[in-house]
Write a protein that binds this ligand. Structure first.
Ligand code: C2E
Ligand code: CA
Ligand code: CA
Ligand code: CA
Length: 278
């Protein structure tokens, strides 16, 4: 027993080392990626349930590292956050999203809202609003084309300053949504004070919807009702089946995003999608 305990310890120590060295590799490669433009953007459609109209898309980053190959955002976003690189990455994404939107506006693609993820560190930054406004002006894109996705992690900040920030972003014309709703720290009363435009119901709840268990349905129903009571839009993430779409329609959810409509698409495929979606 003793011997096995020691072997286990060695095993964990080795695993931890392996994990730490991979993290270091990712940090180094990320620094280079920001200089070398190794990132690209994909766009995942968001569709209204009642009239099936495409209302916009979420902008998601992809990284093809010359050293490490494809690295998923699920791996490198947390690393970028802990290494202090996330603000630079968010800025890269915002700028390149605007460059793409500018092209689409010139082509006559109108009335779409593009949702960009904003990490808590970017949200907290004193210079955020002026940096965003500067970029909008550079690319000649109106703020009304942009939705900023905030996570519930911002609930750890001082509530008054969160309130002020959200107010000033909305006053500047941005829409604001709460991402991964239900997985974080938000409380109901907090949500009421936030005053956002949209609630994104986390994929984990939508996955459970497929079970048909009354409890799982009740939870999603409660979230949709909450959004309605607060007079904000609800969108379900990670909708993969027609059955989920129908359940959400029945519950009165406003929009969906997920593989059932489309995977996150490169720019030209997104335009092809807009043309083929009826
Ligand atoms: P998220 O914001 O919750 O984004 C949704 C994730 O769910 C995306 O993963 C998307 O590809 C995936 N997804 C969408 N529909 C479906 C579906 O029907 N089935 C399944 N299985 N998955 C679906 P992705 O692109 O790998 O991104 C993972 C996370 O990384 C994002 O979660 C977000 O938190 C973060 N992230 C991605 N791009 C950015 C970015 O530009 N900036 C920041 N700060 N974070 C980002
Ligand atoms: Ca998101
Ligand atoms: Ca999300
Ligand atoms: Ca999610």
């Amino acid at each position: 027993v003793k011997k096995r305990g020691r072997n286990n310890y060695l095993f964990y120590a080795r695993e931890m080392n392996r994990h730490a060295s991979r993290q270091l590799q990712v940090i180094n490669a990320l620094n280079m990626a920001l200089l070398e433009d190794e990132f690209s953007l994909v766009f995942q459609p968001q569709v209204r349930i009642d009239n099936r109209q495409v209302v916009g898309a979420e902008v998601l980053v992809r990284w093809h590292s010359s050293e490490l190959g494809m690295v998923s955002p699920g791996e490198f976003i947390p690393v970028a956050e802990s290494a202090g690189l996330i603000k630079a990455l968010d800025a890269w994404v915002f700028r390149h999203a605007l460059a793409q939107i500018k092209q689409w506006l010139a082509m006559g693609v109108e009335d779409l809202v593009f949702a960009v993820n904003l990490s808590a560190a970017s949200f907290e930054d004193q210079g955020l609003l002026s940096a965003l406004m500067y970029e909008l002006e550079q690319y000649d894109v109106p703020a009304s084309c942009i939705e900023l996705e905030l996570t519930e992690a911002i609930a750890l900040m001082d509530p008054d300053s969160v309130l002020k920030r959200i107010k000033s972003l909305r006053a500047a014309g941005f829409r604001v949504s709460i991402d991964d709703f239900g997985t974080g720290y938000s409380s109901m009363s907090y949500l009421k004070r936030f005053d956002v435009d949209k609630l994104k119901i986390d994929k984990s709840f939508i996955d459970d919807l497929a079970s048909g268990e009354p409890e799982d349905v009740a939870i999603v129903k409660a979230m949709v009702q909450l959004a309605k009571a607060l007079n904000i839009d609800s969108i379900a993430e990670g909708v993969e089946t027609e059955q989920q779409w129908h359940s959400l329609a029945e519950l009165g959810c406003d929009q969906v995003q997920g593989y059932w409509c489309a995977k996150p698409l490169p720019a030209k495929d997104f335009i092809a999608f807009l043309e083929s979606w009826e």
